[in-house]
Ligand binder design. Structure first.
Ligand code: GLV
Length: 327
């Protein structure tokens, strides 16, 4: 019997391809070309499933042109590249990769807090440029991390992981803001207290953003919010581009309205606001918070297992919707 056809939209681990090939005819983009909407629509013809990354947009135009499609499995926990209501209406299951990346991503969030507060990349650039000629008492003096106050906006699994690291490992006071308050038990485990967004911005020494992207969370941090922060404070964004108004942030950093920022995600990435490249007090990384070999492999395998479970047994492991019956 002919195996069902699927598309793997970007290059992937060979072991994940081998796993998928046991069940499907796999068309894999191992060349890792970033497909335009038209190319993706075309390449999906005849495919019942797709494994995507955050770079591929799944919207109603693409779904209409591919009525045979049954599932799109995103290799990411975030899924703002999916129009989930359109997928549900088109009878297409959407899945993501929660849990497997939580601790790795929390590690990276903490790494950015440390690198930003302690000016790790800024001082490395100085050293590499051959400018280090003598010791001086305030050279790259940064902000204290241990014992300081960390404010986390978005207290899902990753936010909680960062809170635990801060409170238990670094003796930080942890405050958080979230759509809903955590249970008293979770708050006690994370040693975190709920505060308003305004209070968080006014009192935190280090603000960390881990909120999912949506129309409501667009520009959670803009000029007004930056204006509330302490001039000594730092800001870390490991959530999504668009959660921060990057133009406003670049201005605030240039004016030293806040001390420093650490960014793993950008509005319009992989392009980024050129003003961010001009300011020294920002640590910039190319969306790698979940990137360890073990975690990226676990994400790829979970996305593959969603495709296999749904297309062979009719139920996915980590679904995001309950698709309507296909017309
Ligand atoms: C990465 O940004 C993810 O959503 O997994």
């Amino acid at each position: 019997m002919k195996k069902p056809a699927i598309l793997v939209a970007r290059a992937i681990f060979p072991e994940t391809l081998a796993h998928l090939s046991q069940h499907f005819e796999v068309d894999s983009n191992q060349a890792d070309d970033v497909l335009s909407a038209a190319e993706l629509t075309q390449r999906l013809q005849g495919k019942v499933g797709a494994l995507t990354t955050g770079s591929e947009r799944i919207d109603s135009a693409l779904l209409q042109a591919n009525p045979q499609l049954k599932i799109v499995a995103n290799m990411a926990v975030g899924f703002n590249n999916f129009d989930v209501p359109a997928m549900t209406a088109a009878g297409v299951l959407a899945s993501n990769t929660p849990d497997v990346l939580t601790e790795t991503t929390a590690d990276f969030g903490f790494a950015l807090v440390m690198a930003t507060a302690r000016r790790v990349t800024e001082s490395e650039h100085f050293l590499r440029a051959g400018k280090w000629t003598k010791w001086s008492y305030d050279m790259f003096a940064g902000a204290e991390v241990h014992g300081s106050t960390m404010g986390i906006i978005g207290m899902g699994r990753i936010g909680q992981g960062i809170a635990r690291r801060g409170a238990l490992g670094f003796g930080m006071k942890v405050i958080y803001h979230n759509r809903s308050q955590l249970s008293p038990q979770l708050e006690a485990e994370c040693k975190a207290s709920y505060v308003s967004k305004e209070e968080l911005l006014k009192t935190a020494d280090h603000v960390v953003l881990v909120v999912p992207y949506s129309a409501e969370s667009h520009h959670t941090i803009g000029a007004k919010e930056l204006g509330l922060m302490k001039p000594t404070a730092t800001l870390v964004n490991i959530a999504r581009g668009g959660i921060v108004d990057d133009a406003a942030l670049a201005k605030a950093l240039a004016a030293r309205q806040i001390a420093a920022a650490g960014l793993d995600v950008f509005e319009g990435e992989p392009a980024l606001n050129p003003e961010l490249l001009k300011v020294p007090n920002v640590v910039l990384t190319p969306h790698i918070a979940s990137s360890t070999i073990q975690t990226r492999l676990a994400m790829a395998q979970l996305a593959a297992d969603n495709l296999i479970a749904y297309l062979t047994k009719g139920s996915a492991l980590t679904p995001l919707n309950q698709p309507q019956a296909k017309a």
